[in-house]
Design a protein around this ligand. Structure first.
Ligand code: COA
Length: 252
């Protein structure tokens, strides 16, 4: 039986993340034993050569995973819509998300929060009916981890998708696929990268790329997971997002 591993790297400058160090780079994979040495070396190299700076702290964690524990899931469907400028984004979101039981004031409140967030490290979980945050994770939020693409599946998947040949988008689709699989009704996402203004929403198992989610040169952004608080098992939901190993496509 093949052995599987979760391997995770994070690098920071000015000490470890936990002691206030500035994040330089992070990466994770779910791989087989024979790939471990090579991927570990690649990750260290990636940490040492990142454009954001030179780290003085690198963490590399390797955890064995039971083969049966790995969930294989399909990627969500992807779609792109037009959005001429950030002043039209709210109207675009309102129209797009009209099929959901989400009040306009809740949607707009969450949107305004998301594009200005510079505090919360992970995502916040919000009840789709009341608009209230329910995760009790404070500024930590919920960080989706333990997911990866099956690389040969990914190669075929991107063939006819010219917008998805960069790592950032591929990572976003993998993450959004795991988030949707967990039972999330809708995900809203806006990067905190000042150069990168394209965001996305995921609902009804479709990832919709939205240009001009925020204005350029704004170093803020956030992530919201909308769920039905009356039916979700919050602990199981968060555990799945943070800890359950999920592979997009492929086979064991
Ligand atoms: N950005 C900034 N800080 C981060 C971070 C990130 N991406 N990931 C972790 N940290 C910091 C936080 O301070 C965190 O403390 P917190 O949980 O109180 O917020 C601390 O590091 C420890 O986090 P932990 O979850 O224990 O880290 P880890 O060693 O397990 O590594 C990463 C997690 C870095 C691999 C993961 O967060 C990540 O960034 N993954 C990248 C996703 C990805 O590339 N997926 C590819 C699949 S296609």
């Amino acid at each position: 039986m093949e052995k599987w591993y979760s391997i995770r790297m994070r690098a920071s400058e000015g000490g470890p993340h936990e002691k206030g160090g500035r994040h330089i780079s992070g990466a994770e994979r779910i791989i087989k034993e024979k790939e471990l040495e090579q991927i570990a070396a690649n990750m260290i190299k990636r940490a040492l050569t990142h454009s954001r700076g030179e780290p003085d702290f690198i963490s590399l964690k390797v955890d064995k995973i039971e083969q049966e524990a790995v969930h294989i899931i399909s990627p969500i469907t992807i779609q792109k819509i037009d959005n001429k400028g950030q002043d039209e984004t709210k109207a675009v979101l309102k129209k797009l998300l009209a099929p959901l039981p989400l009040k306009e004031e809740v949607l707009f409140f969450l949107y305004d929060w998301m594009i200005e967030d510079d505090q919360t490290r992970g995502a916040i979980i919000v009840d789709i009916h009341s608009g209230k945050r329910i995760d009790n994770q404070g500024l930590r939020g919920v960080r989706v981890s333990h997911f990866d693409w099956d690389k040969s599946f990914q190669e075929k998947w991107i063939q006819n998708k010219k917008d998805f040949h960069n790592e950032r988008r591929l990572e976003a689709v993998a993450l959004a696929s795991k988030v949707a699989k967990a039972g999330t009704i809708c995900e809203l996402c806006c990067s905190d990268d000042p150069e990168y203004t394209t965001g996305y929403v995921t609902f009804q198992h479709t990832y919709v790329q939205i240009p001009n989610m925020k204005k350029k040169d704004v170093p803020r952004g956030g992530r919201v997971f909308l769920v039905d608080a009356s039916t979700i098992d919050l602990d199981a939901y968060m555990n799945f997002l943070e800890k359950t190993p999920v592979l997009i496509g492929g086979s064991k």
